[in-house]
Design a protein around this ligand. Structure first.
Ligand SMILES: [Zn+2]
Length: 298
């Protein structure tokens, strides 16, 4: 064996010095300059993905998108105004409660989420125009505790529906959520009923609510306002469900079928009305708003 020693040794890189220290003058590539697509495994140039509305140019995988980028994608430039939640919430319904059940470490988690996302809470609501149509808009934030629904999220969305009802405006909402925020216990689950009530009053007045489900939309959000839209759209391959597939698999001890809880299967089974990729979303929403405005004749 002695004679084979060194046969497979790595050849010396000419950029390496004899003492083994690397040449530090080589240009460095920023860590975030490239990313790998989880669907097609292609290594992609981040700027390319950004230029394609955060969609993989190779296979069409829809990456998570920040609230501000979504706003830019669907709202007419310069038309968006965020709701003044504090001024709108009626007495006794505060939209800010830092730690309502005294959950250990929650304040620190909240401030880390604020820092990471640059937002104050897990949803962003306001009024803006989509293709010229005045609309109430809410967009959930995947970077803020995975869009989890706590009292502030519930209150903000409720305020939006109440305001839209008063002004007789349609609502377009984008959901992304890991479910109810466990750090707020039962209070977060109560948001399901509160928002649903506001959606119902808005609906009873004959007003349109379109919801776009993005990856992932799960838990209490799916069990309430994500499924209450008059028209329910989804992004391609979005995971949509109540309990996650891993939890179900471990509970029933069975392998789940291919595509389980994905938007395509849900479309086939009638849970969603259409799958719309990002490139078509603004024009699709504009057409829906126009058709339901009662202001056009066909
Ligand atoms: Zn891809």
């Amino acid at each position: 064996m002695q004679m084979y020693r060194g046969l497979f040794r790595k050849p010396k890189n000419t950029l390496e010095k004899r003492d083994g220290t690397a040449d530090r003058s080589r240009p460095k590539i920023a860590d975030d300059a490239y990313l790998k697509c989880p669907d097609c495994d292609q290594v992609l140039y981040s700027q390319d993905v950004k230029d394609h509305m955060d969609v993989c140019p190779e296979c069409g995988h829809h990456f998570k998108m920040s609230v501000r980028r979504r706003l830019d994608l669907i709202v007419d430039p310069g038309t968006f105004t965020e709701l003044d939640y504090e001024a709108m919430a009626p007495e006794g319904r505060e939209s800010k409660k830092s730690n309502p059940i005294g959950f250990p470490g929650y304040e620190q988690k909240l401030s880390a989420a604020k820092k990471r996302s640059g937002e104050e809470e897990g949803v962003f609501c306001g009024l803006g125009k989509i293709g010229g149509w005045e609309t109430g808009i809410f967009i959930m934030d995947p970077d803020f505790m995975m869009g989890s629904m706590g009292t502030a999220v519930g209150e903000r969305i409720t305020c939006l529906f109440e305001y839209a009802l008063k002004k007789r405006l349609p609502v377009v909402g984008y959901t992304v959520s890991g479910g109810a925020r466990m750090q707020e216990g039962i209070l977060s689950l109560m948001q399901m009923a509160k928002v649903s009530g506001a959606v119902k009053r808005h609906s009873d007045a004959g007003l349109l609510y379109v919801v776009v489900l993005t990856d992932p939309t799960t838990g209490g959000v799916t069990a309430s306002f994500a499924m209450e839209g008059d028209i329910i759209l989804a992004e391609p391959k979005a995971l949509i469900g109540f309990a996650g597939p891993r939890v179900i698999e471990q509970t029933i001890l069975q392998k789940l079928p291919e595509g389980f809880q994905r938007a395509e299967l849900l479309l086939e089974k009638g849970f969603v009305d259409d799958i719309v990729d990002r490139k078509r979303q603004k024009s699709y929403l504009k057409n829906l708003l126009e058709l339901h405005s009662g202001k056009i004749t066909i």
